[in-house]
Design a protein around this ligand. Structure first.
Ligand code: ZN
Length: 423
């Protein structure tokens, strides 16, 4: 009798445990589903529709009006979206337009750009609230990492409003998109792996989102630059290195393995830091531009005479070329040839709607972009010639840091909903 009772108790416990498991499983599924629905509504407001009403969102994402109202209230309470004044145009009851809340949450982004860490605090629309700039006169990994952490802590201390709990970082070199480590940075001579995400997370206690600095710049350019909303865009950033990003069907292709700067342009060309010969980076980065300028100066002491007595930089050459200086123009024409081969190769493979040439040198040099545009025409088929737009980057020195912050902003829903929130 006692044994039967014990057995009954055991089965009842087992049943209760199974129910409990089932409950948690169902709860987890509902939470995940709810998160996906919230994300879809946020995307609709942020990207797909312009100041939509709840009814328009319901139609767009395929959920009921009641469900959208519940989700919208949650997002309003989380201060991710806000209601605008009611629209009075059209027939019927006016809907209340919804938009991203640009008054509450702020994000911190940092990037290593033109020899300095550049920091920004932006709102949810990527508008700059505060900036900070720290020149770094070293390329040592330890020095760069320390300066970064100091700057991030400073920005955190001056963030005047709600800060999204995390940091977006634009790093030099090849960034492993899973671990957030910098695998190598040829232009800085980094051959050792730098586990940047792990270090910064341990030191600051906040989640860190790392992306290559030029890829970050491309993100800002495509999100906030004055470009048509094309689905397929390639961004090439030119500075001390060359890197870029590919957008297919409006989505950033963010894997580690594609490296636009290391397309081989000339197998007999100059040695690249990666070990190959004739990479785009070795032939068309700021280093290649300055090397050509110096080689001309050796042949002709009067070459680039307007730069004498000043520090020779890519930006200075770009400025002189815009003013019509023939020597500066010759230097940019020199790097435009390999760039045009790189651009047209990408165009032939991917057939994007637009290719943007940015980064510190691209943003600064209209003449370079004009040269590339002319040369690329020689390598493209007729139909591509008419359809592919080659344009210049517009984001300037803060673009990459804004892009790094934007990369983190893509995770704002999980950051806010995860209970990390603090005022
Ligand atoms: Zn290379």
């Amino acid at each position: 009798m006692t044994n039967t009772f014990a057995l009954l108790c055991f089965f009842m416990h087992l049943l209760a445990y199974a129910n409990l498991l089932g409950y948690y499983e169902t709860k987890m599924q509902i939470d995940e589903l709810e998160f996906i629905n919230c994300q879809n509504v946020l995307n609709a407001i942020e990207r797909d529709l312009f100041e939509p009403s709840r009814a328009q969102i319901a139609k767009h994402v395929g959920l009921s009006r009641t469900a959208i109202s519940l989700i919208a209230n949650k997002l309003i309470n989380a201060e991710l979206i806000k209601e605008l004044d009611k629209k009075t145009k059209g027939i019927g009851r006016p809907g209340t337009p919804l938009a991203i809340d640009d008054t509450s949450w702020h994000a911190i982004g940092a990037t290593f750009y033109s020899g300095a860490w550049v920091f920004v605090i932006v709102n949810l629309l990527g508008n700059i609230f505060k900036t900070h700039h720290v020149s770094v006169f070293s390329t040592e990994q330890d020095v760069l990492t320390e300066k970064l952490i100091e700057g991030l802590e400073y920005m955190r201390s001056i963030c005047p409003k709600k800060m999204l709990p995390g940091f977006g970082i634009g790093a030099p070199g090849l960034v492993d998109h899973v671990s957030g480590s910098v695998l190598r940075a040829d232009d800085l001579g980094w051959k050792e792996i730098l586990p940047l995400k792990t270090i910064v997370e341990q030191r600051t206690g906040l989640p860190v989102f790392i992306i290559n600095r030029y890829r970050a710049n491309g993100l800002a350019e495509i999100r906030y630059g004055n470009h048509k909303k094309f689905p397929n865009i390639i961004y090439i950033g030119i500075g001390t290195g060359i890197a870029g990003s590919i957008y297919l069907d409006n989505k950033l292709l963010n894997t580690t393995n594609y490296r636009i700067g290391h397309i081989v342009i000339d197998p007999h060309g100059p040695l690249c830091g990666c070990g190959q010969k004739g990479c785009l980076q070795a032939m068309a980065s700021e280093g290649a531009l300055l090397m050509f300028a110096r080689s001309q100066l050796e042949k002709n002491p009067a070459f680039l005479s307007k730069t004498h007595g000043k520090t020779l930089t890519g930006k200075l050459i770009a400025k002189l070329a815009l003013d019509g200086d023939p020597d500066a123009r010759l230097c940019l024409e020199h790097i435009s040839a390999p760039l045009a081969i790189g651009v047209s190769t990408l165009a032939n493979v991917i057939a994007p709607n637009e290719i943007i040439i940015g980064g510190p040198i691209g943003d600064a040099s209209t003449y370079l972009v004009d040269c590339v545009r002319k040369r690329v025409k020689e390598y493209l088929l007729d139909w591509q010639n008419e359809e592919i737009i080659i344009s210049q980057g517009t984001q300037g020195k803060y673009g990459s840091a804004i892009g790094a912050a934007t990369f983190m902003l893509e995770h704002k829903l999980e950051l806010v909903m995860d209970g990390y929130c603090h005022d």
